[in-house]
Design a binder for this molecule. Sequence first.
Ligand code: FMN
Length: 190
Amino acid sequence: MVKKILIVSGSHKKNGNTAALVKWFSEGAKEKGAHVEVVHAAYLKYKTNGCRSCRACQRSSKYECVVKDDAAAALAKFPAADVIVMATPLYFFSASAQLKLIMDRMFSLYKWDNKTDTMTTPLKGKTLVLLASAYEDTGLDALAQPFKITADYTGMRFKSLLVANAGESGDIGKLKGISERTRAFGRKIG
Ligand SMILES: Cc1cc2nc3c(=O)[nH]c(=O)nc-3n(C[C@H](O)[C@H](O)[C@H](O)COP(=O)(O)O)c2cc1C
């Protein structure tokens, strides 16, 4: 079975470190026959500045965001993917705002039943992958926490490849062995 991998990239840089990680990971996954699609969160057209907490998604039987924009179209691809990859630079020890614009709207991809304390979600059983890089060597573990907890919360497996000391945008290729390590990780997931 061909694995479907959806990558949401949260960097504004078209030739930066996140872009390099996404490229190397995709190359590895494709070597294993996976189908890879990349969504560039920084270049989508949004009708709302993030989740507006209208909760209309929770009153609907569908797993869809009711704000019909490019983010909703991106989220509509999640249920069909086997693997969801979130790629981000470390910004102030956290994910980029561009990635958060998509992440928070993942609220529409599950239903929480307060009466029975149970969740139903098409995310269950998928794999969530975090690809991230940072200039320094502190903060990446903290960054990974909300992704790991989100994976646990929604019944997804969690895997990550975190690159410290990656330098400024475009410098990551200077790190010895990192392109091959990322390709190998892509082959493992693909
Ligand atoms: C707004 C901003 C905030 C950043 N915050 C951090 C940080 O907290 N810690 C760190 O090590 N690097 C930080 N960086 C550096 C980037 O995380 C790092 O250079 C990353 O590899 C860049 O990826 P990109 O080329 O995809 O943008 C920051 C960069 C920017 C522009």
